[in-house]
Design a protein around this ligand. Structure first.
Ligand code: EPZ
Length: 417
């Protein structure tokens, strides 16, 4: 296991940039199965989760070459239609391969993705979508077998605008004759990136970014090159790192339209910002002001930013109230913040944070990806030394986070336990 050691108290200053989006890369990498050809992806973040996707692509029979942030995938000769169980368990978003393999081969077997640190993470909406498409779904002993002679175009109403279910239904219906419509679709920017990628491959999809997506089936998909969008959650994490340390940074390669709700909250808690096309210059106040947060599906405040802004609110003046509406168990990291002196009361979906003047460095454990990032931010400003254990969670979703923070003046380094 590895850990971060962080000496608190340094204001972040200088310039940094946002890497490619983890949550856009994962479905796009799965979608490369569809074209029986070459897919060249640029600006793919070099993180654990994209490495896992490469392992799954190879296990299906794809040839994959990676050079830093460029990945070339050859899916012309796929021989296996089962997603490896051990990889499913390690990364639940591998379920996104189901739609892609179904879309091309009309059959797939996979195991129930483990629930994880932030909630049970069911896939009932994915499976209901497949059944509506005329796919037989049989489950036994944790294995799920999906198969059909022909995928039927249809209209699918999602009970909840699930990102993964929206993506899986898009992938399963791209090669289906006729028009499939998703109603109450997720509107996240990553869905737009997936639509743009698939259309560049020859698909005919419209509506991504709205709550109604139409997929007009096509018969052929071709070789494609594509540049992954910037990671809006990493952008928010770096801006909050500057905010919590009272620093001043210039963040480049960010799509400011993707982080509007966060920018609004950062202004509300006292940060001054110059917002340009692909850049944000942020100057933090001496002390942040408290605010209230309720997480919502996009374009509301993102659940992935909940833990990260919570660290800032632990040191803000006044009392802040957070309501987590998306996942049922996304406050585990708060127990670790309390070890650092944070004053937090949790009642079900609601967390009440009473701002304090100081946090204190100590030994804490990352409980999940964004909860781990939240502890790093708290360590940047805590008095003394903070050791964050289990940083494998953080390495899943952030490319060179410690390097980027170090280049901004933070005293942080990685150790192998
Ligand atoms: C995606 O997860 C993201 N992951 C998550 O980011 C993000 O938090 C989430 O969307 C919400 O924005 C990737 O894109 C790889 P959902 P996903 O399906 O698709 C319930 C991160 O930190 N639900 O929109 O799994 C579910 O339990 C990760 O980068 C069902 O009930 O999210 C949850 O309460 C964490 N049945 C809510 O919907 C289903 O079939 C949102 O889930 C599917 C979901």
């Amino acid at each position: 296991m590895s850990s971060y050691i962080i000496e608190g108290g340094k204001k972040l200053q200088g310039e940094t940039f946002v890497s490619g989006s983890k949550n856009a890369s994962l479905p796009i990498m799965a979608a490369s199965v569809l074209n029986r050809s070459i897919t060249k992806l640029y600006n793919v973040p070099n993180i654990h989760d994209t490495q896992m996707m490469i392992e799954i692509l190879k296990s299906l029979g794809c040839k994959v070459k990676k050079n830093q942030n460029k990945i070339v995938i050859d899916s012309s000769n796929i021989t296996n239609f089962e997603i490896p169980e051990n990889l499913m368990r390690q990364m639940r978003s591998s379920v996104i391969f189901a739609g892609a393999i179904l879309g091309r081969y009309k059959k797939v077997t996979f195991s129930y993705p483990g629930g994880c640190d932030i909630g049970s993470r069911p896939i009932d909406l994915h499976l209901k979508g497949f059944e509506k498409l005329g796919i037989a779904v049989n489950q036994n002993f944790g294995k799920i077998k999906c198969e059909t002679e022909e995928i039927k175009p249809t209209e699918i109403n999602l009970d909840f605008p699930s990102v993964g279910a929206t993506e899986n239904i898009m992938l399963a219906s791209v090669l289906t004759k006729g028009v499939t419509t998703i109603i109450n679709a997720a509107m996240e920017p990553e869905i737009i990136d997936l639509q743009n990628f698939l259309n560049k491959m020859g698909a005919k999809i419209s509506g991504a970014g709205s709550n109604i997506i139409k997929i007009q089936g096509v018969t052929k998909l071709k070789e494609v090159s594509y540049n992954i969008m910037p990671d809006r959650i990493e952008a928010g994490t770096l801006l909050c790192a500057a905010a919590i340390t009272g620093g001043e940074i210039n963040l480049k390669k960010v799509n400011v339209n993707h982080i509007a709700p966060l920018l609004d909250k950062l202004a509300h808690i006292g940060c001054k910002m110059q917002i340009k096309e692909n850049e944000v210059e942020l100057k933090a106040p001496k002390r942040l002001k408290g605010t209230d947060i309720r997480t919502m599906p996009y374009p509301g405040f993102p659940t992935d930013m909940q833990a990260i802004i919570a660290s800032c609110l632990c040191l803000a003046s006044g009392t802040s109230v957070i309501v987590e509406n998306i996942f049922e168990n996304r406050y585990k990291y708060m127990g670790e913040l309390q070890k650092m002196g944070a004053k937090i009361n949790i009642e079900g979906k609601t967390a009440v944070i009473k701002g304090t003047k100081k946090l204190y460095g100590t030994k804490v454990q990352a409980t999940d990806l964004r909860g781990g990032a939240s502890l790093v931010l708290a360590g940047l400003v805590a008095k003394g030394t903070t050791k964050v254990d289990n940083i494998e969670y953080i390495l899943r979703g952030y490319e060179n986070l410690d390097e980027k923070l170090k280049n901004l003046g933070a005293e942080i380094y990685k150790i192998q336990d």
